[in-house]
Design a protein around this ligand. Structure first.
Ligand code: CTP
Ligand code: MG
Length: 242
């Protein structure tokens, strides 16, 4: 079978502040999305990338990618996205041809994921795992707070307890899946049968009761979310180019 990557890139990027949709913002001379698509193309097995564009601009995104310096050997398809990430991924999955049997789902916002991380996710799916997620240990101490609806806005938050971070992992993308398992998870969510509130695809697979495994993620696969992340991404790129 063939390995494809679905790249959800339809978000506004509200936390990055005002401006173009996050995937179209400049990062070191090229849009964030071009970096993310290039990272998928550099993986050994990926021969198709489905980009899920902001719903109002699939044509502009198609034209932008057609003129970007990307390897010609990898097919690139652009479809319009939906109102939330889960819907955008579902629309991307719907564009996959029959012969695809392994699917990566990769946030455009994780633009600088190294190819070796992508390859290790694909290899672990090919070795028989239905769902594979790159992850890193959590380095911050994490505390749980109480939900008190009567606490005045801006008042200090009371701590309930400290979570044992040895058992916690921060997950990244690309998440890799056996295609039929991911399709089942998304089908259930679309029909209201479970997984609707999941914040990642692997969470939807967990609700099917199928095993999800972790492989080592990479620091450079961090998600560009807030303005400081863009500063960090520029620095990572500059370090690569020297
Ligand atoms: N995404 C998407 N469709 C949506 C919302 C999000 O394809 N309706 C994508 C984003 O483009 C991004 C990925 O999902 O690549 C992860 O989402 P996030 O980092 O939250 O991006 P945004 O939703 O764009 O940012 P924000 O939440 O700050 O608005
Ligand atoms: Mg978001």
């Amino acid at each position: 079978g063939r390995t494809a990557a679905v790249v959800p890139a339809a978000g506004r990027g509200e936390r990055l502040g005002p401006g173009a949709p996050k995937a179209l913002r400049d990062l070191g001379g090229a849009p964030v999305l071009v970096h993310a698509v290039r990272a998928m193309c550099q993986a050994d097995e990926v021969s198709l990338v489905v980009v899920v564009a902001p719903p109002e601009s699939p044509d502009a995104v198609r034209a932008m990618l057609a003129s970007a310096p990307l390897p010609a050997a990898v097919e690139i398809v652009v479809v319009p996205g939906g109102a939330n990430r889960q819907e955008s991924v579902r629309l991307g999955l719907a564009a996959l041809p029959e012969e695809v049997d392994v699917v990566l789902v990769h946030d455009a916002a994780r633009a600088l994921v190294p190819a070796a991380t992508v390859d290790s996710v694909v290899a672990t799916v090919r070795a028989g795992a239905p769902a594979v997620v790159p992850a890193l240990p959590v380095t911050d101490t994490v505390k749980r707070v109480g939900r008190d609806p009567n606490r005045p806005a801006g008042a200090p938050e009371p701590v309930v307890d400290t979570v044992d971070r040895a058992d916690l992992r921060a997950v990244q993308t690309p998440q890799g899946f056996d295609r039929s398992v991911l399709a089942e998870a998304h089908g259930n969510a679309a029909e209201g049968l479970g997984g609707e509130g999941a914040t990642d695809c692997a969470g939807m697979v967990e609700r099917l009761g199928r095993p999800v495994v972790l492989v080592p993620g990479h620091e450079e696969a961090f998600k560009i979310t807030r303005p400081l992340d863009l500063v960090l991404a520029e620095a990572v790129l500059a370090r690569r180019e020297t």
